[in-house]
Design a protein around this ligand. Structure first.
Ligand code: SAM
Length: 455
């Protein structure tokens, strides 16, 4: 079989003990496509596609036998599941191993778009956590925001900052996930285009960039906090060497994880500090190439003065939102321009501290526009887990739900028994968005920019 993968990469992998390079090449030549999804634990629905075996290292995650056209599935748009590469779901096992499942922590996902790790963090951590989901590339923040909106949670803050901005929040986060931009060799099977772009020079460039990202942001992690560092690269310069470098420069210790042998994940030790790393090879695991290591900050980290402010009085009377939201005392509603947002009450002060130093795209869920006396509900509210279940709602068949998602005109007769005014539309009992029922027509409020086209 011809060697179609970069020779320099294969030569390096060959040097690794027990590396079955024939099997590695065969897997790439075969080019199987593996599809996996992770269910949203807070939006339970009966999926129409058959789920195959569970992904062993992640809760609520399954392989699919076939890849459906997700765009045509209303439950995908409703945020009932996230389509995610299986190896990267190992973050679930890490959170469980660190005792963080259900915990209330401040978590940062530094390189977050399109949102796979952020939605996983959100599903595993408790609702008393705050997840700051950051993406530096402006054009990628939109897709991140859409995926967070679909997930339906109020305790996520989406930001658009260079990693260096986080040094202005020293010692703030308990958990920091750095899923770093990398040379991408782990994705060769999925994306053969990446093969041509690979070079040793690019590996070096990526390694330097990874160091810069970490050097400029690492101060934001509190003493005793965990750093989860991952890439989809096979190159040690981007993996084990980075773990060694962090330990040498910033005072961290390695964290070993219990990994079942049956999972066929390759444990590694970094050359200088014997830091534990975990390698995922596509000829061994049912997933793509991936590397991850967990470190704990042992160095004393300075932090900032945390002034607690007097809670601001909201211009919106509590009762005004009662028709729209389930009455939850843990929510705090605030205005940004005309928009009303809901956010965890316990992080009201945190929001002020963060606001002073970061560019925030959205804090919590934007539930709609406040017109002085009433709310014009947003699409995000329809997808929120806090939307009031008593609101007028209409279940749609698959065909009509797809019409709604294409933002087409809907037949007035479908809504014959649904009253008038704002109405949630649902499929399989899960909210998809809003329509307004008028006497002679239905106004479809599905966001124009999200509508499905060409299908
Ligand atoms: N964590 C994401 C997920 O699970 O969906 C995938 C992240 S992807 C591997 C790496 C991300 O880093 C990309 O979103 C990319 O835009 C971002 N990125 C690129 N250059 C960066 C830089 N210089 N600093 C920080 N992030 C960067």
């Amino acid at each position: 079989m011809s060697n179609f993968l970069p020779n320099e990469l294969i030569a390096r992998l060959r040097d690794e003990s027990n590396f079955d390079h024939e099997a590695f090449l065969n897997t790439h030549a075969k080019g199987d496509r593996i599809t996996s999804i992770r269910l949203n634990p807070r939006k339970k629905a009966a999926l129409t596609m058959p789920l195959n075996a569970p992904v062993p290292w992640c809760r609520d995650a399954f392989y699919l036998d076939e890849r459906p056209i997700f765009t045509l599935d209303p439950l995908y748009h409703a945020g009932c599941y996230y389509v995610q590469e299986a190896s990267s779901m190992f973050l679930g096992h890490i959170l469980r191993s660190l005792g963080l499942e259900g915990a209330s922590v401040r978590a940062l996902d530094l390189c977050a778009a399109p949102g796979g790790k952020s939605t996983l963090l959100n599903a595993y951590l408790g609702t008393g956590s705050l997840v700051v989901s950051n993406e530096v590339i402006k054009s990628r923040v939109g897709i991140l925001q859409d995926n967070i909106n679909r997930w339906g949670m109020h305790n996520v803050l989406v930001s658009n900052n260079d990693p260096s901005a986080f040094s202005r929040l020293p010692g703030y986060f308990d958990l920091m996930v750095v899923d770093a931009p990398c040379s991408g060799s782990g994705m060769f099977r999925k994306d053969s285009g990446a093969i041509d772009e690979w070079s040793l020079a690019n590996v070096k460039l990526c390694s330097d960039r990874q160091k810069r990202i970490l050097a400029e942001s690492i101060a934001t992690l509190a003493t005793g906090g965990y750093l989860v560092y991952s890439t989809c690269s096979y190159s040690s310069e981007e993996n084990e060497d980075i773990l060694d470098w962090i330990i040498s420069e910033y005072g961290f210790s390695t964290v070993a994880l219990d990994v079942a042998e049956a999972w066929k994940i390759q444990p590694t030790l970094s050359p200088v500090h014997a830091a534990h790393g975990y390698r995922f090879y596509p000829h061994q695991v049912q997933g793509e190439g991936f590397f991850v290591g967990v470190l704990k900050k042992t160095q004393e980290q300075e932090t900032f003065g945390r002034k607690r402010a007097k809670p601001e009085k909201s211009p919106i009377k509590k009762d005004a939102l009662r028709t729209w939201l389930v009455g939850d005392e843990r929510l705090y509603a605030f205005m940004h321009r005309d928009d009303v947002h809901i956010f965890p009450k316990q992080y009201e002060d945190d929001l002020r501290w963060i606001q002073q130093v970061l560019y925030i795209r959205t804090a919590g869920t934007n539930i709609g526009k406040w017109l002085g006396k009433e709310l014009v509900p947003s699409h995000e509210l329809a997808l929120s887990i806090f939307v009031n279940a008593e609101i007028n709602a209409q279940e749609l068949t698959l065909a009509v739900a797809q019409q709604f998602l294409r933002k087409e005109n809907l037949d007035r007769e479908v809504f014959e028994n649904a009253g008038s005014g704002w109405c949630l539309v649902r499929h399989q009992g899960v909210n998809l968005g809003w329509v307004k029922i008028l006497s002679n027509r239905i106004n479809n409020y599905y966001p124009k920019e999200s509508r499905i086209v060409h299908l």
